[in-house]
Ligand binder design. Sequence first.
Ligand code: PGA
Length: 328
Amino acid sequence: MALKSATLHQLQVFQVAAAHLSFTRAAEALFLTQPTVSMQIKQLTKTVGMPLFEQIGKKLYLTEAGRELLATCEDIFGRLSQFEMAISNMQGLKKGQLKLAVVTTAKYFAPRLLGPFCKRYPDIDVALKVTNRSRVLERITENADDFYIIGQPPENLEVELRPFLEDSLVVLAPPNHPLAQERNIPLHRLSEEPFIMREPGSGTRMVVQNFFNERHVSLRVKMELGSSEAIKQGVIGGLGISVLSHHTLALEGSIGQLKILDVEGFPIRRHWHIAYPIGKKLSVVARAFLDYWLTEGKEIAERTSVELTRELASPSYILRQAVQAASQ
Ligand code: PGA
């Protein structure tokens, strides 16, 4: 077998396809087309001389040879990343790479926190992947990044979790909504309203569903949308109400076009965490980043969050809402 002619790229494509048991998902994860993934795997299969996958019904499984090759890939890529770490440790903090994967809601604050770190260490390349919770959890399993930003702790994964910022999930409606001026709205009253929900796999959706399920209140889900930004636009457009993190109100001029309803049991309070797999060896760069994130980064996050809360409670915000409501 001329396995030495297999390229690292083919092995990487195979490893991701084996982790997802799907060529389509592997293509998405690697920013390749599906035919490219199929072609790489076909060539690798030819080199190995035995099938690596088998399809039963609609599902893809690894063959015994595929499982052996997966274990080999894990060895190879594990050794390569140890080597990378050794080199970056030799270079100290001068050069390096840092990979972060954050849940979509964290896009409202995470990039801002990166600013001072990137300025201080201009030769450290930072890659930030923004995706929903279930994808972030998959990336933790794949050991794809150095750090992850998530809300709720994952249930079945062994991770080191450091809280760094508070979060509040709030009920959003357009300012002219009949409930907009009411105080202490009973929770069950929300079940009469059309509700816009995040997509399956979203952490926000999970928190919202658990909150309502635990209180035996059902929601009339009128629509599912795959981003908090789209949900805000839907709420502004009168499609329904929704529950999102208050951080999502920080951008895009939506402040003033959305009203936070005063609902019993709300806001739902929780924390944002920075996470990494227990036992993961942190490079010099990763350790410096974690230190930064939990000190200076945390301060920036807290300051921004206080400013946002102040803005949401300020008379000018309330006044803008009133003007909006009157003109509708
Ligand atoms: P989401 O996650 O952006 O996938 O909704 C937020 C969270 O984990 O709380």
